[in-house]
Unconditional design. Sequence first.
Length: 167
Amino acid sequence: MQTCEVPPTPGNKAGGLTTMTEKNLGSFKTKGHGRMLGILDCGQRPSRPGMWGINQVRGANDAYATTTLAMSGCHICLFTTGRGNPIGNACMTTIKITGNPRTAEMLSDMIDYSTKPMLYGEKSLQESGKELYELMLRVAGGEPTKAELLGDYSWTTPHGTSYNGDY
């Protein structure tokens, strides 16, 4: 497994991040209380059910990240965005979630779920979690996501060498 620091994307920098390590630490903080079972290499399948991370040292862009999740067996990606990435994926359903009220309003045609009501005390964490879970079940049952309705099927082939400087 390789390790190196990937520089943040322009959008991450504009959002206040200085390193991708900083972003990942935030992800660990918000992952909940479940135990991380291990880190998989790109395309490696989990050996058992549970929470796993994927080593994406070469992938700073979101198309790469969602593609590597699909390569490792993920069927539905809950993609959180603060600034409003409109990403979909060609081989894995992508549900876009934001807690940013401005993003939720301005990009309502691209965002599947807003946590704004929970963040502003209009709904409990349990109510919001139940709504998101029910959305996942509907999507797994065939309800199209906003990306699917827009025809956004982003894709990249992880190859380990950046030819355009994005990872």
